[in-house]
Ligand binder design. Structure first.
Ligand SMILES: *Cc1c(COP(=O)(O)O)cnc(C)c1O
Length: 394
């Protein structure tokens, strides 16, 4: 077993998280369920409390061996030092916002942020006296510097953006943020294994493990990963204060999912590029938003900062089509489920026009928009299905 970063991603995914857990010779860690942790003596209990944020079991809510194995795997994937597992991806979004912001602070969020993240800013954070400004995700360093106020504490990022797939210049944004003492949070779900957040200036990386790590559309799970002890204590203490927890059964399924993630992603990414290129050539399609395509407006940034992509992208239909037309197209598809979550083995098609919000002037998409997730079906079948669906549009 190895923790070495010298090995290829697929090698590391076969070995990460298996050391340091008492697994009695079995290949995989077991599912450790539990609330109470028993101590041999009263003194051991007293002394153990100080180590509760250090993968040291004191009570079920501090996690156990199954959680710690997944924490180690996520650190291995993202290149961080410490990870906290929480019950959903959305909990991973809200936890660091609650940990780093207090009443009177200001937060910056990209206009393309995952919708429920916008919702928490506009509801709970607002109610607690925390103001949020939504900014153009394509902002440059000077533009970000101009947005930062004396009370700005968090610069939130998500690259590519939810549904519209803008690639953010994370190193430039991080330089501007750090110059004013702000923390840089990033939702790195799309870039799970291809974007190394801590090498690009991110302080706190958020993952919806629900997506490619789970990989089978059967669990909800999130992670918050950091690269310093200081940030770990802030995040872990907040998680403990609020009472975050994840079921060890779900954590175990994530550990199972991650072992095959490298091969799944390789296949799904390649198929998604093939499908995206095919769609781009169809007369009914105005635009395909896939960062790995040369036609993507921030393709150069993508090539600079990412080691590859994944299998989720956006499509804009020709402006002459109505929402009813788009619905007819989607309803005609036989191999694409109509649903929100992604990263599983199955393909999806989701209408997005009318279901997403943009408030910083980045909302003119030029036609009906949908989001496609490519699963593990054969790419020829997937293209043939889209072809018969597009025929519905004439
Ligand atoms: C799905 C998703 C989340 C939330 O994950 P859940 O586990 O569904 O709560 C957060 N961010 C992004 C980018 C997502 O796609």
């Amino acid at each position: 077993m190895t923790d070495s970063h010298d090995h290829a991603f697929s090698t590391r995914m076969s070995h990460a998280g298996r050391a340091g857990v008492r697994i009695h010779g079995f290949v995989n860690p077991g599912v450790h369920r539990g609330s109470t942790v028993l101590f041999p003596t009263a003194e051991a209990r007293r002394d153990g409390a100080a180590k509760r944020y250090e993968q040291y079991m004191t009570y079920g809510t501090q996690g156990g061996p199954t959680h710690y194995a997944l924490e180690d795997v996520i650190c291995e994937i993202e290149g961080g030092t410490r990870c906290t597992i929480v019950g959903t991806g959305l909990a991973a979004v809200t936890l660091p916002l609650m940990a780093y912001l207090k009443s009177g602070d200001h937060c910056l969020m990209p206009d393309s942020v995952y919708g429920p993240g916008r919702n928490v800013a506009n509801t709970l954070l607002k109610g607690w006296g925390i103001e949020t400004t939504f900014y153009d995700p394509c902002v440059d360093e000077a533009g970000m510097a101009a947005l930062i106020r004396d009370n700005t504490k968090v610069v939130y990022t998500e690259s590519p953006g939810s549904h519209t797939f803008e690639i953010q210049d994370i190193p430039a944004i991080a330089r501007a943020a750090h110059a004013r003492g702000c923390k840089v949070l990033m939702d790195n779900t799309w870039g799970i294994h291809t974007f190394q957040p801590f090498q690009h200036g991110v302080d706190v990386s958020i993952q919806a493990l629900t997506k490619y790590v789970g990989g089978h559309s059967d669990i909800l799970l999130g992670s918050v990963t950091v690269n310093s002890e200081e940030d770990h204590l802030i995040v872990r203490a907040a998680a403990s204060t609020i009472g975050h927890y994840a079921s060890p059964d779900d954590v175990w399924l994530a550990l199972r999912g991650v072992r095959t993630m490298a091969v799944r992603l390789k296949t799904q990414e390649a198929a998604s590029i093939e499908v995206a290129k095919w769609l781009e050539a169809q007369p009914q399609v105005a635009k395909v938003m896939h960062p790995a395509l040369p036609s993507h407006p921030q393709h150069a940034l993508f090539q600079r900062d990412f080691n590859g992509g994944c299998s989720l992208f956006g499509v804009v239909l020709d402006a002459k089509y109505s929402q009813e037309d788009m619905f007819r197209f989607i309803n005609a598809l036989k191999l694409y489920g109509i649903g929100a979550s992604w990263g599983g083995y199955e393909s999806l098609a989701l209408p997005t026009t009318g279901f997403i919000t943009r408030t910083a002037g980045t909302g003119d998409f030029g036609g009906q928009m949908l989001r496609i997730h490519i699963g593990l079906e054969d790419v020829k079948d997937l293209i043939a299905d889209l072809q018969q669906g597009l025929k519905q549009l004439g």
